[in-house]
Write a protein that binds this ligand. Structure first.
Ligand SMILES: [Zn+2]
Length: 216
C-alpha cells in the first residue's frame, strides 16, 4: 500500500456504483470535490492550527503521505475518496501532528503581519483598504533617523502616505490612530479570524473559531 503512494499511482477513480447512479453522486458535492479543493488543515499536537498566517494547510498528496508515515492523526475526513488498484481511502480534512512543534513567541516582522496588526486600515485616515491599495509609512521618516521596525511602521493608504511625505507627524498634524507596537501572536491570531482565507471546509470551523467564542 505504501508503495502505491510513493510511486504516485493514486488515481481519481469513479466508483462503478456512481456511474450507474449519477443522481446519487450529485446529491453529495463533497464526494466529487476536485482534488485540489481537498487540502487538509494541519493542527499541532495540542489541536491548535500549526500556523494561522498563512493558515497551515497541506495539499491532499502531502496529507496522505503523512498518514502513511504515521506522523499524524486523522481528525476529520472529506467524503472524497482516492483509489488505486486494491486500495482506497477518504481524504483527510483535518490532521493533527503526533509530535508537538514548539511555536514561535514573537510574530515575524513582515508586510502581511503589519497589515494584519493594523487590520488593513490606514492609520491616518482610518479607512479600510485592500492589500494592493496600501503601503507603509515610517512615522519618523527615514531621513530623520526613523527605523524600519514594528514601532515606527504603520499601514497607510497611498493618499495619506503622499500627503505625509517625509515629514514628522507634528509638522503635518498627522498622527497614527494607534501607537504602533510589536503585536503579540495572540493579537494577530485574533485579527486573523476576522479575515478568513478564501477556502474553508466546514470541518475546520471547530479548530479555527470555537476558542475565540469561548474566550469572549
Ligand atoms: Zn489614509
Amino acid at each position: 500500500m505504501e508503495c502505491a503512494i510513493h510511486q504516485g499511482s493514486i488515481k481519481e477513480g469513479v466508483p462503478a456504483s456512481a456511474m450507474m447512479r449519477p443522481f446519487q453522486e450529485l446529491e453529495n458535492i463533497d464526494r466529487s470535490r476536485p482534488l485540489d479543493r481537498c487540502p487538509a488543515l494541519i493542527l499541532n499536537a495540542d489541536y491548535r492550527p500549526l500556523s494561522y498566517f498563512p493558515l497551515s494547510i497541506w495539499p491532499w498528496q502531502e496529507a496522505v503521505k503523512a498518514i502513511f508515515r504515521k506522523s499524524v492523526t486523522v481528525i476529520s475526513e472529506y467524503d472524497r475518496v482516492v483509489r488505486s488498484p486494491g486500495w482506497e481511502m477518504r481524504l483527510p480534512s483535518v490532521l493533527a501532528l503526533k509530535e508537538y512543534v514548539p511555536m514561535a513567541r514573537k510574530p515575524a516582522f513582515t508586510r502581511f503581519n503589519v497589515f494584519l496588526r493594523d487590520q488593513w486600515n490606514c492609520q491616518y485616515c482610518g479607512d479600510g483598504f485592500k492589500t494592493h491599495e496600501l503601503t507603509f509609512d515610517h512615522v519618523i521618516p527615514r531621513s530623520r533617523g526613523g527605523r524600519t521596525t514594528w514601532e515606527n511602521i504603520v499601514t497607510a493608504c497611498q493618499c495619506c502616505n503622499t500627503r505625509k511625505g517625509s515629514r514628522m507627524p507634528h509638522e503635518v498634524e498627522m498622527y497614527p490612530l494607534r501607537e504602533p507596537r510589536v503585536p503579540s501572536i495572540h493579537m494577530l491570531q485574533d485579527h486573523g479570524r476576522k479575515f478568513p482565507p478564501n477556502f474553508l471546509h466546514e470541518s475546520w470551523g471547530d479548530f479555527l473559531y470555537w476558542d475565540t467564542e469561548l474566550e469572549d
